[in-house]
Ligand binder design. Structure first.
Ligand SMILES: [Zn+2]
Ligand SMILES: [Zn+2]
Length: 292
């Protein structure tokens, strides 16, 4: 059986492997294809492309966009994967710039608040551990290194996560804006790890997914390290109900960061084939219905 991994991060965001090293690692892990899905940026895709060719693994160009939907209850932040995108799409690159600006402003406020709380983290120390986007994971790592907290989890819970004393939210896209940009870039929009948006009762999340499907969502990530077999079944049922594709991946962040090893989810290559079929049908003018 052939396997793929459709969710992984590199140093272009908060992973610890460079895009090139990630392609090598994917080939060594026996994967047929690997999606590079860095937070808010496609900056790593250009480097990953030749490295994937050299390593003999198929690169699925991607991105992971944080979105928020005001007025639709509060499922928290939605992570939208864009898969099989054209990373040179002008609208995608425009969105990239907007997201990176919003992130930079958020980081500025967050670091100022931490300094006021006598937990200074300097821009220099963050730049030393990041090649690209500076995320809260980097800030948490420095907070541990500087002895302010015992673990990165503690950094998020007490200080830099929602409700923490240094928390500051960044401006975000709505899901529809994310879907539109992903579609303009020729890709498919997938809701990553729905378990992170679990509502009480769970039917609220189901309703939300139905609405997202109405406005352009193409698929759901069923296989993810945070989703147990009961969640996998639940997500598969929703996908069937709303005509959505299924994806999966390890959400790998490199050996030095949180997450599971590449290929730990054993995602059958057939799921990638189905994504490609859905795209082909979208492109075909005669398509009357979509797969998945
Ligand atoms: Zn995510
Ligand atoms: Zn991720």
């Amino acid at each position: 059986m052939a396997f793929v991994d459709l969710h992984a991060h590199s140093t272009a965001s908060d992973g610890s492997d460079t895009p090139g090293a990630l392609m090598q690692r994917a080939a060594s892990a026996g994967l047929e294809a690997i999606a590079l899905t860095d937070h808010d940026t496609v900056a790593g895709v250009a480097e990953a492309r030749p490295a994937a060719d050299d390593a003999g693994v198929e690169l699925v160009p991607g991105i992971e966009i944080s979105a928020r939907m005001p007025g639709w209850g509060d499922p928290g932040e939605l992570h939208i994967l864009g898969l099989l995108i054209d990373e040179t799409s002008p609208s995608l690159l425009r969105m990239n710039d907007l997201l990176l600006d919003a992130r930079a402003r958020r980081n500025e406020v967050l670091l100022a608040r931490l300094a006021e709380l006598h937990m200074p983290v300097s821009r220099d120390e963050l730049e030393a551990i990041s090649d690209g986007v500076i995320s809260r994971a980097h800030i948490a790592e420095r907070m541990v290194a500087n002895g302010y907290v015992a673990t990165t989890r503690q950094a998020f819970d007490r200080h830099i996560g929602p409700g923490g004393d240094a928390w500051f939210d960044k401006a975000r896209l709505t899901p529809s804006q994310a879907f539109e940009t992903i579609h303009q870039a020729g890709g498919l929009a997938i809701l990553a790890h729905p378990v992170h948006n679990a509502t009480e009762p769970i039917q609220q999340l189901e309703t939300l997914i139905g609405r997202l499907a109405d406005v352009g969502l193409d698929g759901l990530e069923a296989f993810h390290p945070d989703q147990d077999p009961a969640w996998v079944r639940r997500v598969q049922q929703w996908a069937g109900r709303f005509g959505l594709c299924i994806t999966g991946g390890s959400d790998f962040h490199g050996p030095q960061r949180m997450g599971r090893p590449l290929n730990s989810q054993r995602v059958d290559a057939v799921f990638l084939d189905e994504l490609k079929q859905r795209l082909a049908q979208r492109r075909s003018l005669n398509a009357s219905s979509q797969v998945c």
